[in-house]
Design a protein around this ligand. Structure first.
Ligand code: PEP
Length: 260
């Protein structure tokens, strides 16, 4: 199953950082640094920056997306944003199920499943975040947590070609405690096997699974060299062009040398 050649992807998740001006300046500074040899580069920007960042990213290799959306197509949901509005603003993808939304906004797998289906209907690519917390890992429940999240968040989703799975162990997010490449690979392999058993082998082979949690230039290469790690979801280290571009250029030894 690992022989399948999948493209690599690096996604920056800016969370609640950057004004419109800062977002546009970032895209303008980063885009000339990306070449065809590099992984695909996605930026999940705040809602307010989607349109201007998409315009700045036009004709570049940077793809702009959002960090959340509502499951309804429209309606009286004060403060919410619909998938069709994201598309209209220029978003090509949306992150769903991030642990910060599960923890702070009490999002359940069932609710996330509704959003996943709506996002796919609207033509958005979905980056679905899953991952265990520290207690669950210490109690040996990692596999059952991942299984439940995948099963429930992707219930009735048959077409996986527009889904990217992001394994983000909660204990590694913003904690400077990155999962080792071996720990991450084991979890990714487990998820791929689970998809093979519950969808089919071909879909499992094609599914992109990326790792997120305290990714930095120093650990990007070792993670991306694992057979089942197809990309990285980067939070804090995606806020600086200098640092983020070093992750994108993970294959360059010169680049890594600056950080070791
Ligand atoms: C994230 O929030 O998706 C994330 C991976 O954050 P960080 O890289 O800061 O751990």
């Amino acid at each position: 199953m690992n022989e399948m050649k999948r493209s690599k992807i690096v996604i920056g998740n800016w969370k609640m950082y950057k004004t419109i001006e800062e977002s546009v300046a970032f895209v303008e500074e980063l885009s000339p640094l990306i070449s065809d040899q590099d992984p695909m580069v996605y930026l999940a920007v705040p809602f307010t920056s989607i349109k201007p960042a998409s315009e700045a990213a036009k004709d570049t290799q940077i793809v702009i997306g959002a960090q959340n959306m509502n499951d309804a197509s429209e309606g009286a949901f004060t403060g919410e944003v619909a998938g069709q509005m994201l598309v209209n603003a220029g978003a090509k993808f949306v992150i769903l199920g991030h642990s910060e939304r599960r923890i702070f906004f009490k999002e359940t797998n069932e609710f996330i499943n509704k959003k996943v289906k709506r996002a796919l209907e609207e033509g958005l690519r979905v980056v679905l975040c899953i991952g265990e917390n520290l207690t669950e890992r210490e109690e040996g429940k990692t596999h059952s947590v991942l299984e439940t999240q995948i099963k429930e968040c992707l219930a009735d989703v048959n077409q996986l070609e527009n889904v990217i799975l992001a394994y983000e162990p909660i204990w590694a997010i913003g904690s400077h405690q990155t999962a080792t490449p071996e720990i991450a690979q084991e979890a990714h392999f487990f998820c791929r096997e689970f998809i093979a058993q519950n969808w089919n082998q071909e879909q499992a082979n094609q599914l992109m699974i990326q790792y997120g949690g305290s990714v930095k230039p120093e650990n990007a290469k070792a993670l991306l060299e694992q057979p089942d790690i197809d990309g990285l979801l980067v939070g804090g280290a995606s806020l600086s062009v200098e640092v983020f571009s070093k992750i994108i250029h993970y294959q360059s030894d010169l680049n890594l040398g600056n950080h070791l």
